[in-house]
Design a protein around this ligand. Structure first.
Ligand code: GDP
Length: 534
């Protein structure tokens, strides 16, 4: 496990000021709106609404993006960098739909913290819970934003209780809401003893902030009506007695989350949340790797691929590998070693994803996310270093839960299908298995929706209509063990054996019983539902 201590070795200032995080939420809680406001305060856009407008212009370019729009879900993740006060924020977008959980999981390997957005009226929803569990597997520090306080919401104590009970994490209020719905005035900032007042007239204006000497400050009465003021004092007193105090180490350990209340659409509470990320961090963390962990302050540059996106520009069949920098100060044109192939790679056109545009990245520091255009050399899980044979670990591949046969609509084009499927497999969009016996491919995904996305992308990007048909198999397991034992097992089960796109051996079946039997009869062969990407 990584050690995220607040007194970690002092990092060079350029690295120490970086904050790399993701936002997790249930669809509709307000992730997009919050992202827009972040960019607005980060000075990256002039007016909120541009993210969406830009997104729309881009989406019309390809069918699958069109599908994403039709279904109102966000399928592809991207990264955005912007400055806020003294900090450089790197926000990595996570796909919101549960069918893309594997992609999300890998995205979360590239960040140091997560913001959990919940809807004040709905509380902890299913997708929030799932994503939270993924963060917990990595002990990620979590900041919570309770959104839509301008609407009728649940009682503040109830919301906090629900998070504590449901997610088994301690919650400490960073702010306390004053009223709700139509009566929502703003918040009392519990960490900085300030009164923050929401401006209903101008949605993009930062709230008026009044410095106070605690809750007995007479200035409060100038802004908060007596009944609401009395309630605020009572509630804050009760909260201070009942709830844990903010504890930086507990936050860094992922066992305590500070919660801010606000309204993203009214720009309210957003700046306080950004201050929270800035002040509490965490700064770029070590990366787990073999044979040793990588520390961000190492002078040698290293990074790893956590996502590959193909055909971002349909005119060029290029792919962009999203790389999280683990250490050092990268400069454009550097030669890095691609550890898997042991080959040098000149990184001459790396891109940085600024909110308004893609730009050439002249430099990048540990914590940053850069995109490296390539022709397929870079795969998920790959490590880049200045020569050392070090391999980043903990980026898993999960066994798919749904399997279907995939056939080219036009049999003459079967060869192209091979190419298209290989590409999507390398992108991590699906698992592709080539059965040992017989022709065709078996495609595996986590959720049904992925088949639709895949079908329309193959048609849109390769001009190749495809059919998905039920497969006789429902489960896939990776096979490992001593060479001889594996060979014997493969020979005895040819009808069930396939190879994945990395050439690894997979056992396909429709019966859990089969898997149990093999575990019993072939103790020297291991069947696993996850595989480490390398
Ligand atoms: P996402 O699916 O999580 O990205 O959610 P969006 O940011 O698209 O927001 C979902 C809906 O909630 C949109 O109609 C937003 O305008 C609305 N919304 C977002 N924040 C607020 C808020 O603070 N108050 C209210 N009343 N609506 C909001």
């Amino acid at each position: 496990m990584l050690d995220r201590t607040s007194n970690a070795p002092e990092l060079p200032p350029e690295i120490a000021r970086r904050r790399t995080f993701a936002i997790i939420s249930h669809p509709d809680a307000g992730k997009t709106t919050l992202t827009e406001k972040f960019l607005l305060y980060g000075g990256a856009i002039q007016m909120a609404g541009q993210v969406r407008a830009k997104g729309e212009a881009r989406r019309t370019r390809s069918d699958y993006m069109q599908m994403e729009k039709d279904r109102g879900i966000s399928v592809s993740a991207s990264a955005m960098s912007f400055d806020f006060e003294d900090y450089r924020f790197n926000l990595v977008d996570t796909p919101g739909h549960s069918d893309f959980s594997e992609d999300t999981y890998r995205t979360l390997t590239a960040v140091d913290a997560a913001i959990m957005v919940i809807d004040g009226a709905k509380g902890v929803e299913s997708q929030t819970r799932k994503l939270f569990e993924v963060c917990r597997l990595r002990d990620l520090p979590i900041l919570t934003f309770c959104n839509k306080m301008d609407r009728e919401s649940r009682d503040t104590f109830e919301i906090i209780d629900e998070i504590q009970e449901n997610l088994a994490i301690d919650v400490t209020p960073a702010s306390w809401p004053i009223g709700m719905g139509r009566d929502f005035l703003g918040c009392y900032d519990m960490l900085n003893r300030r009164l923050e007042l929401m401006d209903r007239a101008d949605r993009n204006r930062v709230a008026e902030s009044i410095k106070l000497d605690g809750l007995d400050d007479p200035r409060l009465a100038d802004h908060v009506p007596p009944r609401q003021l009395e309630q605020l004092r009572e509630e804050v007193e009760m909260a201070s007695e009942l709830m844990p105090q903010f504890d930086h180490q507990a936050f860094l350990d992922g066992t305590l989350t500070p919660i801010w209340f606000g309204s993203a659409i009214n720009s309210f509470g957003v700046k306080e949340l950004m201050d929270g990320i800035g002040h509490f961090g965490p700064q770029p963390q070590p990366t787990s790797a073999e044979p040793r962990q990588i520390s961000p302050d190492e002078t040698k540059v290293s990074g790893f691929v956590f996502k590959v996106q193909a055909n971002m520009d349909p005119k060029h069949r290029d792919r962009v590998a999203f790389v999280r920098m683990s250490s050092g100060h990268f400069r454009r044109g550097m030669k890095l070693t691609h550890v898997r192939s042991k080959k040098p790679m000149a990184i001459s056109n790396p891109v940085l994803f600024l909110a308004s545009d893609r730009e050439l990245a002249e430099e990048a520091w540990a914590g940053d996310i850069i995109g490296i255009p390539n022709h397929g050399q870079l795969r998920i899980g790959d490590t880049l270093t200045e020569g050392e044979a070090i391999r980043v670990t903990g980026i898993p591949s999960f066994a798919p839960e749904l399997l279907q046969n995939c056939r080219a609509g036009d049999p003459m084009k079967a060869k192209h299908l091979d190419k298209a499927l290989t590409q999507f497999a390398e992108e991590g969009a699906a698992k592709v298995f080539k059965p040992m016996l017989g022709a065709g491919f078996i495609v595996g995904v986590v959720g049904q929706l992925q088949f639709d996305v895949l079908g329309s992308r193959i048609e849109g990007e390769y001009g190749l209509p495809v059919r998905f048909e039920p497969s006789q198999f429902t489960s896939a397991r990776w096979v490992s063990g001593e060479r001889q034992a594996v060979d014997a097992f493969v020979n005895a089960n040819k009808g069930h054996i396939a190879h994945d796109s990395d050439g690894d051996i997979v056992y396909l079946t429709r019966l859990q019983w089969d898997i149990d039997r093999i575990e019993r009869d072939h103790p020297d062969v291991r069947l696993t539902a996850t595989k480490e990407m390398m």
